[in-house]
Ligand binder design. Structure first.
Ligand SMILES: O=C([O-])CC(=O)C(=O)O
Ligand SMILES: [Mg+2]
Length: 391
Protein backbone atom coordinates (compact mmCIF):
# COMPACT_ATOMS: atom_id res chain seq x y z
CA UNK A 1 0.00 0.00 0.00
CA UNK A 2 1.20 3.50 -0.84
CA UNK A 3 1.82 5.54 2.32
CA UNK A 4 -0.76 8.28 2.63
CA UNK A 5 0.64 11.79 2.71
CA UNK A 6 0.03 15.34 3.79
CA UNK A 7 0.38 17.39 0.63
CA UNK A 8 -0.22 20.88 1.97
CA UNK A 9 -1.02 22.79 5.19
CA UNK A 10 -2.62 26.23 5.06
CA UNK A 11 -3.13 28.65 7.95
CA UNK A 12 -5.08 31.85 8.27
CA UNK A 13 -5.63 34.21 11.22
CA UNK A 14 -9.34 34.98 11.43
CA UNK A 15 -10.79 37.88 13.44
CA UNK A 16 -13.30 36.93 16.16
CA UNK A 17 -13.39 40.42 17.60
CA UNK A 18 -16.35 41.90 19.45
CA UNK A 19 -17.18 44.57 22.02
CA UNK A 20 -17.47 42.09 24.91
CA UNK A 21 -15.25 42.28 27.99
CA UNK A 22 -14.49 39.88 30.84
CA UNK A 23 -12.71 40.80 34.09
CA UNK A 24 -9.32 40.66 32.41
CA UNK A 25 -9.48 41.46 28.70
CA UNK A 26 -11.72 42.90 26.03
CA UNK A 27 -12.13 41.04 22.76
CA UNK A 28 -11.70 44.03 20.44
CA UNK A 29 -8.64 42.52 18.78
CA UNK A 30 -9.20 38.78 19.29
CA UNK A 31 -8.16 36.40 16.51
CA UNK A 32 -7.95 32.63 15.99
CA UNK A 33 -5.83 30.50 13.66
CA UNK A 34 -7.71 28.22 11.30
CA UNK A 35 -5.68 25.49 9.57
CA UNK A 36 -6.38 23.04 6.79
CA UNK A 37 -4.27 19.88 6.45
CA UNK A 38 -4.69 18.68 2.88
CA UNK A 39 -4.06 14.95 2.41
CA UNK A 40 -3.64 12.85 -0.73
CA UNK A 41 -6.56 10.63 0.35
CA UNK A 42 -9.79 10.79 -1.66
CA UNK A 43 -13.02 9.56 0.01
CA UNK A 44 -16.41 9.60 -1.70
CA UNK A 45 -15.00 11.66 -4.55
CA UNK A 46 -13.63 14.35 -2.27
CA UNK A 47 -10.11 15.03 -1.06
CA UNK A 48 -9.79 14.52 2.71
CA UNK A 49 -8.88 17.79 4.40
CA UNK A 50 -8.58 18.00 8.20
CA UNK A 51 -9.51 21.30 9.80
CA UNK A 52 -8.53 22.82 13.13
CA UNK A 53 -8.59 26.11 15.02
CA UNK A 54 -7.84 27.49 18.44
CA UNK A 55 -10.38 28.60 21.01
CA UNK A 56 -10.98 32.20 21.95
CA UNK A 57 -8.83 33.75 24.63
CA UNK A 58 -5.43 33.23 22.99
CA UNK A 59 -4.60 35.00 19.75
CA UNK A 60 -3.87 33.24 16.45
CA UNK A 61 -0.44 31.59 16.88
CA UNK A 62 0.37 32.21 13.20
CA UNK A 63 4.07 32.83 13.71
CA UNK A 64 4.62 29.64 15.69
CA UNK A 65 2.61 27.63 13.17
CA UNK A 66 4.31 29.04 10.09
CA UNK A 67 7.86 29.18 11.39
CA UNK A 68 8.05 25.96 13.39
CA UNK A 69 5.17 23.56 13.57
CA UNK A 70 3.81 23.45 10.01
CA UNK A 71 7.30 23.10 8.44
CA UNK A 72 8.14 20.31 10.91
CA UNK A 73 5.08 18.35 9.87
CA UNK A 74 5.56 18.97 6.14
CA UNK A 75 9.21 17.93 6.35
CA UNK A 76 8.52 14.71 8.29
CA UNK A 77 9.11 11.41 6.55
CA UNK A 78 5.65 10.18 5.44
CA UNK A 79 6.16 6.82 7.18
CA UNK A 80 6.93 8.50 10.53
CA UNK A 81 3.42 9.90 10.95
CA UNK A 82 1.22 6.95 9.91
CA UNK A 83 -0.07 3.85 11.68
CA UNK A 84 1.83 0.52 11.57
CA UNK A 85 -0.26 -0.70 8.61
CA UNK A 86 -0.02 2.66 6.85
CA UNK A 87 -3.80 2.98 6.56
CA UNK A 88 -4.19 6.24 8.47
CA UNK A 89 -2.32 9.05 10.18
CA UNK A 90 -1.33 8.45 13.80
CA UNK A 91 -2.02 11.55 15.94
CA UNK A 92 0.45 10.36 18.60
CA UNK A 93 3.27 10.09 16.06
CA UNK A 94 2.30 13.45 14.58
CA UNK A 95 2.50 14.91 18.08
CA UNK A 96 6.03 13.54 18.55
CA UNK A 97 7.09 15.09 15.23
CA UNK A 98 5.57 18.45 16.18
CA UNK A 99 7.36 18.47 19.53
CA UNK A 100 10.77 17.51 18.17
CA UNK A 101 13.34 20.00 19.45
CA UNK A 102 11.00 21.42 22.12
CA UNK A 103 12.25 21.43 25.72
CA UNK A 104 9.82 20.54 28.52
CA UNK A 105 8.13 23.15 30.69
CA UNK A 106 7.28 26.75 29.99
CA UNK A 107 4.59 25.81 27.49
CA UNK A 108 3.79 29.41 26.50
CA UNK A 109 1.58 29.48 23.44
CA UNK A 110 3.23 26.68 21.48
CA UNK A 111 0.58 24.53 23.19
CA UNK A 112 -2.03 26.51 21.22
CA UNK A 113 -0.24 25.98 17.90
CA UNK A 114 0.06 22.24 18.55
CA UNK A 115 -3.60 22.13 19.65
CA UNK A 116 -4.70 23.61 16.32
CA UNK A 117 -2.76 21.04 14.27
CA UNK A 118 -3.80 18.16 16.54
CA UNK A 119 -7.47 19.06 15.96
CA UNK A 120 -6.94 19.04 12.20
CA UNK A 121 -5.16 15.66 12.31
CA UNK A 122 -7.96 14.03 14.34
CA UNK A 123 -10.50 15.47 11.89
CA UNK A 124 -8.58 13.89 8.99
CA UNK A 125 -8.11 10.56 10.83
CA UNK A 126 -11.84 10.23 11.55
CA UNK A 127 -12.74 11.22 7.98
CA UNK A 128 -10.34 8.60 6.61
CA UNK A 129 -12.01 5.99 8.87
CA UNK A 130 -15.37 7.32 7.69
CA UNK A 131 -16.67 7.89 11.24
CA UNK A 132 -17.59 10.82 13.44
CA UNK A 133 -14.70 11.50 15.80
CA UNK A 134 -16.80 10.74 18.91
CA UNK A 135 -17.52 7.24 17.54
CA UNK A 136 -13.87 6.67 16.63
CA UNK A 137 -12.85 7.63 20.17
CA UNK A 138 -15.53 5.44 21.73
CA UNK A 139 -14.50 2.50 19.50
CA UNK A 140 -10.83 2.88 20.37
CA UNK A 141 -11.06 3.71 24.07
CA UNK A 142 -14.55 2.89 25.43
CA UNK A 143 -15.78 -0.39 23.89
CA UNK A 144 -17.75 1.53 21.29
CA UNK A 145 -20.06 3.21 23.80
CA UNK A 146 -20.37 6.90 22.95
CA UNK A 147 -22.77 9.07 24.93
CA UNK A 148 -25.77 9.88 22.72
CA UNK A 149 -26.06 13.43 24.08
CA UNK A 150 -23.84 15.87 25.94
CA UNK A 151 -24.68 18.35 28.71
CA UNK A 152 -23.88 21.89 27.61
CA UNK A 153 -24.26 25.25 29.31
CA UNK A 154 -24.61 28.69 27.78
CA UNK A 155 -21.63 30.96 28.44
CA UNK A 156 -22.17 34.69 28.06
CA UNK A 157 -23.09 37.43 30.48
CA UNK A 158 -20.19 39.60 29.36
CA UNK A 159 -19.65 43.23 30.23
CA UNK A 160 -20.55 45.32 27.22
CA UNK A 161 -20.96 49.06 26.63
CA UNK A 162 -24.52 50.16 27.38
CA UNK A 163 -25.56 46.72 28.72
CA UNK A 164 -27.80 47.24 31.75
CA UNK A 165 -29.37 44.73 34.12
CA UNK A 166 -32.44 44.20 31.99
CA UNK A 167 -30.28 43.51 28.90
CA UNK A 168 -28.35 40.95 30.96
CA UNK A 169 -31.62 39.36 32.08
CA UNK A 170 -32.90 39.27 28.49
CA UNK A 171 -29.70 37.57 27.34
CA UNK A 172 -30.06 34.88 30.00
CA UNK A 173 -33.76 34.37 29.33
CA UNK A 174 -32.85 33.93 25.67
CA UNK A 175 -30.51 31.05 26.56
CA UNK A 176 -33.23 29.34 28.60
CA UNK A 177 -35.59 29.75 25.62
CA UNK A 178 -33.00 28.04 23.42
CA UNK A 179 -33.15 24.98 25.67
CA UNK A 180 -30.26 25.54 28.11
CA UNK A 181 -30.71 24.83 31.83
CA UNK A 182 -27.46 26.40 33.01
CA UNK A 183 -26.09 29.82 32.03
CA UNK A 184 -22.82 31.56 32.86
CA UNK A 185 -21.99 35.21 33.44
CA UNK A 186 -18.84 37.22 34.04
CA UNK A 187 -17.88 38.70 37.39
CA UNK A 188 -14.83 40.66 38.56
CA UNK A 189 -15.07 43.37 35.90
CA UNK A 190 -16.90 45.71 38.26
CA UNK A 191 -17.16 46.25 42.03
CA UNK A 192 -18.39 43.45 44.29
CA UNK A 193 -21.54 45.47 45.03
CA UNK A 194 -22.32 45.93 41.34
CA UNK A 195 -21.57 42.27 40.56
CA UNK A 196 -23.91 41.20 43.36
CA UNK A 197 -26.61 43.35 41.74
CA UNK A 198 -25.90 41.68 38.38
CA UNK A 199 -25.99 38.19 39.92
CA UNK A 200 -29.23 38.89 41.77
CA UNK A 201 -30.78 40.28 38.59
CA UNK A 202 -29.96 37.02 36.76
CA UNK A 203 -31.19 34.90 39.68
CA UNK A 204 -34.60 36.54 39.21
CA UNK A 205 -34.92 35.02 35.70
CA UNK A 206 -33.31 31.55 36.08
CA UNK A 207 -34.92 28.67 38.02
CA UNK A 208 -32.37 28.67 40.89
CA UNK A 209 -28.76 29.34 41.85
CA UNK A 210 -27.88 25.89 40.45
CA UNK A 211 -28.75 27.30 37.02
CA UNK A 212 -26.07 30.00 37.18
CA UNK A 213 -22.27 29.79 36.97
CA UNK A 214 -19.99 32.82 37.43
CA UNK A 215 -16.55 33.38 35.92
CA UNK A 216 -13.93 35.80 37.30
CA UNK A 217 -11.34 35.03 34.60
CA UNK A 218 -8.50 34.87 37.11
CA UNK A 219 -8.89 38.47 38.23
CA UNK A 220 -8.92 38.22 42.04
CA UNK A 221 -6.25 38.24 44.70
CA UNK A 222 -6.94 35.93 47.63
CA UNK A 223 -8.73 38.52 49.73
CA UNK A 224 -11.08 39.53 46.90
CA UNK A 225 -11.68 35.91 45.89
CA UNK A 226 -12.76 35.12 49.47
CA UNK A 227 -14.92 38.26 49.69
CA UNK A 228 -16.77 37.25 46.52
CA UNK A 229 -17.05 33.70 47.83
CA UNK A 230 -18.58 34.91 51.11
CA UNK A 231 -21.07 37.10 49.23
CA UNK A 232 -22.03 34.31 46.78
CA UNK A 233 -22.13 31.20 48.98
CA UNK A 234 -25.81 31.78 49.88
CA UNK A 235 -26.84 31.54 46.19
CA UNK A 236 -25.72 27.88 45.79
CA UNK A 237 -24.34 28.59 42.31
CA UNK A 238 -23.53 25.95 39.68
CA UNK A 239 -19.87 26.97 39.94
CA UNK A 240 -17.44 29.79 40.80
CA UNK A 241 -14.83 29.81 38.01
CA UNK A 242 -11.20 30.94 37.82
CA UNK A 243 -11.29 33.10 40.92
CA UNK A 244 -7.55 33.80 40.97
CA UNK A 245 -4.56 33.46 38.70
CA UNK A 246 -4.80 30.07 36.98
CA UNK A 247 -1.34 29.03 38.18
CA UNK A 248 -1.79 30.19 41.79
CA UNK A 249 -2.62 26.80 43.25
CA UNK A 250 -2.22 27.98 46.82
CA UNK A 251 -4.84 30.68 46.28
CA UNK A 252 -7.23 28.07 44.87
CA UNK A 253 -6.56 25.76 47.83
CA UNK A 254 -7.05 28.55 50.39
CA UNK A 255 -10.25 29.73 48.70
CA UNK A 256 -11.56 26.17 49.07
CA UNK A 257 -11.21 26.56 52.84
CA UNK A 258 -13.61 29.51 52.76
CA UNK A 259 -16.01 28.74 49.89
CA UNK A 260 -17.69 25.36 50.13
CA UNK A 261 -19.72 25.24 46.92
CA UNK A 262 -18.57 23.94 43.48
CA UNK A 263 -15.64 25.67 41.83
CA UNK A 264 -14.16 25.32 38.35
CA UNK A 265 -10.84 26.15 36.74
CA UNK A 266 -8.37 24.91 34.13
CA UNK A 267 -9.03 26.78 30.87
CA UNK A 268 -5.65 28.53 31.19
CA UNK A 269 -3.70 25.43 32.17
CA UNK A 270 -1.98 24.20 29.05
CA UNK A 271 -0.29 20.89 29.77
CA UNK A 272 -0.76 17.62 31.64
CA UNK A 273 2.06 18.65 33.98
CA UNK A 274 0.39 21.93 34.94
CA UNK A 275 -2.96 20.16 35.29
CA UNK A 276 -1.27 17.67 37.62
CA UNK A 277 0.06 20.51 39.73
CA UNK A 278 -3.47 21.89 40.03
CA UNK A 279 -4.68 18.47 41.17
CA UNK A 280 -1.74 18.00 43.55
CA UNK A 281 -1.67 21.47 45.10
CA UNK A 282 -4.93 23.31 44.26
CA UNK A 283 -7.15 21.65 46.86
CA UNK A 284 -9.78 20.86 44.21
CA UNK A 285 -12.47 18.42 45.34
CA UNK A 286 -13.16 15.49 42.95
CA UNK A 287 -16.70 15.09 44.29
CA UNK A 288 -17.63 18.76 43.92
CA UNK A 289 -15.42 20.73 41.51
CA UNK A 290 -15.02 20.90 37.72
CA UNK A 291 -12.00 20.97 35.39
CA UNK A 292 -12.05 23.03 32.20
CA UNK A 293 -8.84 22.10 30.33
CA UNK A 294 -9.37 22.92 26.64
CA UNK A 295 -7.48 20.69 24.19
CA UNK A 296 -7.52 23.42 21.53
CA UNK A 297 -5.30 25.59 23.75
CA UNK A 298 -3.24 22.87 25.39
CA UNK A 299 -1.41 20.58 22.95
CA UNK A 300 -4.53 18.89 21.60
CA UNK A 301 -6.32 15.64 22.27
CA UNK A 302 -3.11 13.61 22.48
CA UNK A 303 -2.12 15.65 25.55
CA UNK A 304 -5.71 15.74 26.82
CA UNK A 305 -5.70 11.94 26.96
CA UNK A 306 -2.55 12.11 29.09
CA UNK A 307 -4.41 14.53 31.36
CA UNK A 308 -7.40 12.16 31.60
CA UNK A 309 -5.04 9.31 32.54
CA UNK A 310 -3.40 11.50 35.17
CA UNK A 311 -6.82 12.42 36.58
CA UNK A 312 -7.77 8.74 36.85
CA UNK A 313 -4.57 8.09 38.85
CA UNK A 314 -5.55 10.86 41.25
CA UNK A 315 -9.09 9.51 41.68
CA UNK A 316 -10.88 11.98 39.43
CA UNK A 317 -13.66 10.85 37.08
CA UNK A 318 -13.64 12.15 33.51
CA UNK A 319 -17.21 13.27 34.28
CA UNK A 320 -15.77 16.15 36.32
CA UNK A 321 -14.35 17.61 33.08
CA UNK A 322 -16.43 20.25 31.29
CA UNK A 323 -13.98 21.85 28.83
CA UNK A 324 -13.72 25.52 27.98
CA UNK A 325 -14.03 26.72 24.41
CA UNK A 326 -17.48 25.87 23.13
CA UNK A 327 -16.21 24.01 20.06
CA UNK A 328 -17.12 20.77 18.33
CA UNK A 329 -13.75 19.13 19.09
CA UNK A 330 -14.40 19.08 22.83
CA UNK A 331 -18.01 18.10 22.16
CA UNK A 332 -16.74 14.98 20.34
CA UNK A 333 -14.35 14.22 23.19
CA UNK A 334 -17.18 14.65 25.70
CA UNK A 335 -19.42 12.18 23.83
CA UNK A 336 -16.64 9.77 22.87
CA UNK A 337 -14.62 9.64 26.09
CA UNK A 338 -17.42 10.33 28.59
CA UNK A 339 -16.78 13.81 29.94
CA UNK A 340 -19.29 15.69 32.09
CA UNK A 341 -20.26 18.13 29.37
CA UNK A 342 -19.02 21.04 27.32
CA UNK A 343 -19.18 24.81 27.19
CA UNK A 344 -21.33 26.50 24.56
CA UNK A 345 -21.35 30.08 23.26
CA UNK A 346 -24.78 30.56 21.71
CA UNK A 347 -24.12 34.22 21.01
CA UNK A 348 -20.39 34.87 20.73
CA UNK A 349 -17.20 33.77 18.95
CA UNK A 350 -18.90 32.86 15.69
CA UNK A 351 -18.43 30.95 13.47
CA UNK A 352 -16.26 28.79 15.78
CA UNK A 353 -18.70 28.78 18.71
CA UNK A 354 -21.73 26.50 18.53
CA UNK A 355 -22.40 23.03 17.22
CA UNK A 356 -24.05 21.33 14.23
CA UNK A 357 -26.95 23.06 12.48
CA UNK A 358 -30.28 21.33 13.11
CA UNK A 359 -29.17 19.91 16.48
CA UNK A 360 -31.14 22.05 18.90
CA UNK A 361 -30.45 22.08 22.62
CA UNK A 362 -33.09 20.06 24.47
CA UNK A 363 -33.35 20.27 28.25
CA UNK A 364 -29.67 21.26 28.53
CA UNK A 365 -28.30 18.56 26.23
CA UNK A 366 -27.21 18.45 22.59
CA UNK A 367 -26.76 15.57 20.13
CA UNK A 368 -24.01 15.22 17.54
CA UNK A 369 -24.32 14.65 13.78
CA UNK A 370 -23.10 11.44 12.13
CA UNK A 371 -20.89 13.36 9.71
CA UNK A 372 -17.39 11.80 9.43
CA UNK A 373 -14.71 13.78 11.28
CA UNK A 374 -15.34 16.43 13.90
CA UNK A 375 -18.56 17.45 12.19
CA UNK A 376 -17.56 20.84 10.76
CA UNK A 377 -19.33 19.93 7.51
CA UNK A 378 -22.61 19.94 9.49
CA UNK A 379 -22.11 23.58 10.62
CA UNK A 380 -22.57 25.68 7.51
CA UNK A 381 -21.07 29.01 8.58
CA UNK A 382 -17.97 27.28 9.93
CA UNK A 383 -17.31 24.93 7.01
CA UNK A 384 -17.61 27.81 4.57
CA UNK A 385 -14.81 29.60 6.40
CA UNK A 386 -12.66 26.48 6.83
CA UNK A 387 -12.93 25.50 3.16
CA UNK A 388 -11.79 28.97 2.19
CA UNK A 389 -8.59 28.40 4.21
CA UNK A 390 -7.79 25.26 2.21
CA UNK A 391 -8.11 27.01 -1.13
O1 LIG B 1 -14.10 35.30 28.48
C1 LIG B 1 -13.34 34.37 28.20
O2 LIG B 1 -12.09 34.51 28.13
C2 LIG B 1 -13.91 33.01 27.96
C3 LIG B 1 -14.03 32.25 29.22
O3 LIG B 1 -13.42 32.53 30.23
C4 LIG B 1 -14.95 31.11 29.27
O4 LIG B 1 -15.58 30.82 28.28
O5 LIG B 1 -15.01 30.48 30.33
MG1 LIG C 1 -13.68 31.06 31.80
Amino acid sequence: METLKIIDIQERAVPIKSSIRNAYIDFSKMTASAVAIVTDVVKDGRRVVGYGFNSNGRYAPSGLLRERFIPRLLEADAKSIVTEDGSNFDPFKVWDVLMTGEKPGGHGERSVAVGVLDMAIWDAVAKIEGKPLYQLLADRYRDGQADDKVFIYAAGGYYQPGKDLSALQDEMKGYLDLGYNVVKMKIGGDSLEEDVRRIEAVLKVVPSGRSLAVDANGRFDLETAIAYGKAMEQYDLFWYEEAGDPLDFELQAELGRHYHKPMATGEDIFSMQDARNLIRYGGMNPERDYLQFDCALSYGLVEYMRTLNMLREYGWSSRRCIPHGGHQMSLNIAAGLGLGGNESYPGVFQPFGGFADNHAVVDGYVTLPDTPGIGFEAKSNLITLLRSVAE
